[in-house]
Design a protein around this ligand. Sequence first.
Ligand code: PEP
Length: 251
Amino acid sequence: MRRPMVAGNWKMHGTRASVAELTQGLSQLSLSSGIEVAVFPPALFINTVIDGLAKTKIVVGAQNSAVQSEQGALTGEVAPSQLAEVGCKLVLIGHSERRQVIGESDEVLNRKFAAAQAAGLKPVLCVGETLEEREAGKTLEVVGRQLSSIIDAFGVSAFANAVIAYEPVWAIGTGLTASPQQAQDVHAAIRQQLAAQDAEVAEGVQLLYGGSVKAANAAELFGMPDIDGGLIGGASLNADEFGAICRAAGN
Ligand code: PEP
């Protein structure tokens, strides 16, 4: 039985003051025991947020981590083992902003995925198509290819300890949301692709939807059979709004 998960990606937002306020707001939420909740602050604030949420059920993840698992000579990067040591549990791999703006390739993302798992972090692999790809009817091909990159390198069992977030690029931060049926169709295809190799892994993996999710549309999206929660950007910067999305996942 899959537990719903709601994860907040704070992206490159926050000051000391706003992070303290948001953490304080989150620490006061009353969250259903049936759901998993995570937040991904900027790396600079991870320690503070871990401390601030220590008495809650909210776990903390990183938005990025290095291609090698252990600390070493890699200027500017943060090792998965360092993240694990301070108490991080999860790491986003392949968010579209990193694929598109930073130019991270599938090959780099494969290395980050494996390094994260080697350090005991659970990767949240983000996949999704651009508007041009959707309009060209290539959504399932693109998402399938992003998924295959990991499966071909590490086998489908890599997803026994990972989460997948389907995030159509055209819906991220735009206010445009995939309809529940559009999202469900892609989620079902992802699960089928995994099931073709291992039914148990496919049945167990949490598939999150991301792209302009807010309290007003969360319940409808989370009501679809293959949508196990959400990866939330903008709306996760407000504790009350994030709390309402968590309630939608818990119902
Ligand atoms: C995201 O950044 O992962 C995201 C889904 O952003 P937003 O909710 O703001 O569209």
